[in-house]
Write a protein that binds this ligand. Structure first.
Ligand SMILES: [Zn+2]
Length: 108
């Protein structure tokens, strides 16, 4: 089999004759004891040892997810909470979906 001319050698500190292939993976990271999943992260993966190396933009994406997990704790007035549940049911959405929908409309 002919090797690609731009084959990148594995960068592992342990000697490895593998080469790196760009892949999209589901990346899990632990932030303050909670697991966060990045669904589609670009990494260089070694075909022999399997070690992952992160392109610059992927490192930036990981930093972004560390800062903004997408999970917030929200306190509501109980009456507003009840209204929100009714609103969500009327629109056939979960409360989480309803909050996302309303916030997107308000912010974007
Ligand atoms: Zn390797």
């Amino acid at each position: 089999m002919k090797k690609a001319s731009e084959e990148i050698q594995c960068l592992s500190e342990t000697p490895c004759n593998g080469h790196l292939q760009l892949k999209n993976i589901e990346h899990k990271l632990n932030v303050k004891g909670k697991t966060i999943t990045i669904p589609d992260l670009k990494v260089w993966e070694c075909n022999l040892c399997g070690e992952h190396f992160y392109p610059y933009e992927s490192s930036e994406e990981i930093d972004f997810y560390k800062q903004y997990s997408g999970k917030i704790m929200l306190r509501l007035n109980p009456k507003l909470h009840a209204n929100l549940v009714q609103f969500a049911q009327k629109d056939h959405r979960s409360v989480n979906q309803e909050i996302n929908y309303l916030l997107k409309q308000a912010i974007s």
